[in-house]
Design a protein. Structure first.
Length: 181
């Protein structure tokens, strides 16, 4: 089984911050795509379908809070992990980030090793979530099939035989009052 490199979208108006994230994540086996602002991030998110988004809060065209909220309204954006990476470290900024849909929050300056660990953990957690969703879907399908009853295919007649329906007929016939002869 081959594993693909996860794609990380970094949205920050500061080229040095984007370079720092790229230099931290690419050697760790991740592909990094860059957006220069919030609007650019929305466009690139739709085009690239990244596995994780890293957002700065302070961007000129659209701040990270609004970008995060808008990402969460997109079909693929509902479950993608979003990491806020910003110089704002007050309680209000942190609360705002989570209220707008952030998955995690790290303040700048950040250690590259810590950033890599956060991103890996978020990706792993998201993979587990997707596996759980797939498992629940399979379970739901199995439960629906189980409610249908037992089926058997007769290759000679090319027909399916529903044993549950047959047994229901047998029960109805055996429960019916007998006719006088």
């Amino acid at each position: 089984m081959t594993q693909t490199r996860p794609t990380i979208l970094i949205a920050d108006d500061d080229p040095l911050s984007r370079l720092f994230v790229r230099n931290a994540l690419e050697p760790a086996g991740m592909t990094v795509a860059e957006a220069t602002g919030g609007q650019d991030a929305l466009v690139k998110f739709e085009a690239l379908a990244p596995d994780l988004v890293v957002l700065d809060i302070m961007m000129p065209d659209m701040d990270g809070y609004l970008t995060c909220s808008r990402l969460r309204t997109l079909p693929r954006g509902k479950r993608v992990p979003i990491l806020i990476l910003t110089g704002l470290d007050d309680a209000h900024s942190i609360a705002q980030a989570y209220q707008h849909g952030a998955t995690d929050f790290i303040t700048k300056p950040v250690n590259a090793t810590i950033l890599c660990h956060h991103v890996r953990y978020m990706l792993r957690t998201n993979n587990v979530l997707h596996a759980l969703i797939r498992s629940e879907s399979r379970l739901e399908l199995a439960q629906r099939i189980a409610r249908i009853g037992n089926w058997d295919w007769n290759p000679k007649t090319n027909r399916l035989m529903n044993y549950a329906a047959c047994w229901a007929c047998v029960r109805r016939i055996s429960a019916a009052p007998s006719r006088p002869s």
